[in-house]
Ligand binder design. Sequence first.
Ligand code: SF4
Ligand code: SF4
Length: 681
Amino acid sequence: MLSLKLIIFLVLTGLAVYAFVHALSKKIRILTLGAKENRFDNPRKRLKNFIVNVLLQGKMLREFYGYIHLFIFWGFIFIALGEIPFMVEGLFPSVHVPLLGTSPYFYLIKDILSTLVFVGLIIGVIRRWIVKPKRLYRTPEAAIIVILIFLVIITEWLTSGAKVVLDANSAYNLAFIYHLFAGLYQGYSAETLSVIIEICWWTHVLIILGFLVYIPNSKHMHLLASPFNGYFATLKPAGGQVPAMDLLDEKVTEYGVGRIENFTWKQLLDCFSCGECGRCMDNCPANISGKPLNPKKLLSRELKDHLLEKGAEMTKLGLKSTAHLTDEDFRKIAKEDRECAEILQKHLIGDIFTRDELWSCTTCSACQTLCPVSNEHVNKIIDMRRYEVMNENNYAPELQLAFRNVESKYNPWGVSWSERAGWAKDLDIPVMKTAENPEYLFWVGCAGSFDNRAKKVSVATAKILKAAGVNFAILGREEKCCGDFARRAGNEYLFQFMAKENVGILNNYGVKKIITTCPHCFNTLKNEYPELGGNYEVIHHTQFINQLIGEGKLKLNKDVRLPEQRIVYHDSCYLGRYQQEYDAPRALFNKIPGVQLVEMDRNHDKSFCCGAGGSRMWMEENLGDRINNLRVEQALSKDPQAIGANCPYCITMLEDGVKDKAKPERNVHVVDPAELIAKMI
Ligand code: SF4
Ligand code: SF4
């Protein structure tokens, strides 16, 4: 016959499990509103990512607190495993679950990890509520989870300590914490201990069941969602994650994402996976410079809250989309439930997310590179920009000018396309049309062709290529804007138009290998053209020059003495985070006698954007501080004579920042390593 204790336990557990499954299934139904996306390919690679980034918390370990999180994660797994013998023995004292309930080593490991969790929580509490870093929210939800975890651990220790005194279980022999707590009960009678065990056991059970119900109904849903997010994380290269749109599909009535349900299910899963750690906002140049965009708020508040409210209404009404609903439909819904109709009519941009937020993003990718749960922020921004540009025709007038320039002159500067090879005048550089089987194409890019400062890098690179005897040519007038800025600005029409034009020309010449000085062109040619039929081996000029020196094809003149200078190096987003190339430019600077290369505080994949990416180069910066000025201030704090860079956009932005922030007498300049190398040949 079932004991009363067992009946109460089963009833409570049944209710908690029901509430858990109910809440979880609601969330899953909401996720299924998202558009289709195949994230089930390549299970082996996904499993590897899962092991590295979920089980081993690889991305977390970049910070000291990540190690604490790792202990908490594994501590939790062992605490959860320990619940099995704890519950079973509480109900059936004579039954010991094999291994978990009988192995002293299991309890030893669990004790060690529980202690680390306990200490980690204390550090977490001090950090969040006493140190108060801006990136962590101090919400009641955050406090509740900490209290619950403390209570889970303490009630288990109190129960097990009493059990050690009452009935020495050999499995507890190595459980030092249990023995420590047992010390509290010395001299207690068996009856008293039994009562204590019952009270603590039930308290523990109620907390665990409360936990079960609380998790899927709170922000701590990320505990359940983020492991899946880790498994389904993108496998594409960092620079190739913006999918090409099918612009010929006549069934498509809305481009981009203007409604939450138009995001893919994985993009929606990101919202549930955000653990609100704040790493993204801490490294977001838009947020740091005082603009309204905050990538953490975007996912964990704006998009998630809207997803929950709209998703709940849509699933209630059995709607898969709200795109087809007419005013009449909304009137009918409003008659029944006005609030529901209002929620269904909300648009992402304007109602949930402001246009200022949307256009503040530089697509620097710091947020998603550093996000420990593999959230993907940048595509969401680009999807929403696509909606604004392609459906609503709603974007900054400066962008309109840049778009028009590309349409008519094939470059955003608006200089006549016939001037494209003007920088190469008198340099005797072969042009594809007349060159004989060039091995390499030097893709100059719009900046390298039209911007006076960037032209100097083009000239330096061409001189180096010639000195090394590289068989190369340029496209000259046939080269057109690669389309990078148009794509990041959401103008997929323009991007695809330019890309297809370029791919046609490149394929016509049978181009296989491309050298470029612009990381934006590099990324587009290498990672985005393949989807449109252009497959090339693309190399950044800093990589190529290193290669030439390494192979002995480029000899540096040791007699040339450049002035001694301290150069602080700036990693560009599109060569660094997008291509993971951090070494080549540094290696070049280090080859130059007299150069002392120093690092910024924010370097490598934590580098701080110059402010030009994501089409921001072509927009006014009216909100907050200027991002380029902040970056220059960071550079100047290292007391350099020069700032080293590898991207024409960065060079422009940093030079502007130097004009604003550096005293003229300091004579700080911005330099690409190719410019110094060219002086040594
Ligand atoms: S891509 Fe860069 S600017 Fe945009 S939200 Fe992420 S960190 Fe901020
Ligand atoms: S999006 Fe990622 S990095 Fe940003 S707060 Fe959420 S979990 Fe942290």
